[in-house]
Design a binder for this molecule. Structure first.
Ligand SMILES: Nc1ncnc2c1ncn2[C@@H]1O[C@H](COP(=O)(O)OP(=O)(O)O)[C@@H](O)[C@H]1O
Ligand SMILES: [Mg+2]
Length: 237
């Protein structure tokens, strides 16, 4: 479904993404892990057309390298951001409606927007301004707005960061429902290994932009290089 082939991104002297290749198949929850600064969010920025890069990215057999962000979104790739990106002057309902209008190249279906608000457990706050939401609420809103575009792939960037234990359970369940109930392929960047191994298979681990390994949760967590790269890290916090 998504084919990343020999993708490299340099920022001046720094190689943020170094010759990465991997395939995401339809129906998967594909995990991406790696220490801070490994190049995970940059990889999302490349897939979603924020920067030019070397290599190719194909989606559903079409080369999407170099396409502008909105075209990539309309093809069916939607994402959330590590630090919530929301329209603070808008209400929750308006924000999700916007996703709904933006994604549907055809007819605007406000009913689908309401469906996504319920899906992300935002009914009670639908009339609230988005800046009144707590962190979990903002993260749910980003997911609801992204889902309202009816993506084929949803990419989430550290959805658990900053959440407490109960909120992590709720977010984990939301991501499972996206994949299992709505049948959307998910890519998840997550620092919190316990959650990632519960949700994702396969998992790609990168460090300094370079692949360390890719495999099942079992393979990843028993890989000595992965263990070394995570040693002293707060992955089990
Ligand atoms: N727009 C940019 N300009 C320059 N350097 C960047 C830019 N975006 C990311 N970087 C650098 O690229 C590296 C990878 O960053 P990032 O992809 O955000 O890592 P991660 O998400 O894995 O923590 C970091 O060293 C970061 O400082
Ligand atoms: Mg990041």
């Amino acid at each position: 479904m998504l084919k990343v082939k020999n993708v490299t991104k340099k920022f001046g002297e720094l190689t943020a993404v170094n010759d990465l290749s991997f395939d995401v198949s339809k129906g998967q929850v594909f995990g991406i892990a790696g220490p801070n600064g490994a190049g995970k969010s940059t990889l999302y920025n490349l897939i979603t057309g924020f920067y030019k890069f070397d290599g190719t990215i194909e989606f559903d057999g079409k080369n999407i390298s170099g396409l502008p962000t909105h075209k990539i979104a309309r093809l069916g790739i939607s994402r959330t951001f590590q630090i919530p990106q929301i329209f603070e002057s808008m209400t929750v309902q308006e924000s999700v409606n916007l996703g709904c209008r933006f994604g549907n190249t055809g007819k605007y279906d406000p009913g689908y927007s309401d469906k996504m608000i319920s899906f992300a457990s935002l009914e009670k706050v639908r009339g609230n301004k988005t800046d009144q939401l707590n962190l979990l609420g903002k993260k749910r809103l980003m997911i609801a707005a992204a889902m309202a575009t009816k993506p084929k792939i949803l990419m989430v960037d550290e959805p658990m960061a900053g959440l407490n234990a109960l909120e992590i359970k709720q977010m984990t369940s939301l991501i499972k429902r996206i994949n299992q109930d709505v049948n959307i392929t998910v890519i998840i960047i997550e620092h919190f290994m316990k959650v990632l191994t519960e949700l994702a298979n396969p998992i790609l681990v990168i460090e300094n932009g370079t692949e360390i390994c890719i495999g099942s949760p079992k393979e990843i967590t028993s890989n000595p290089e992965v263990i070394a790269c995570y040693l002293g890290d707060s992955h089990d916090a």
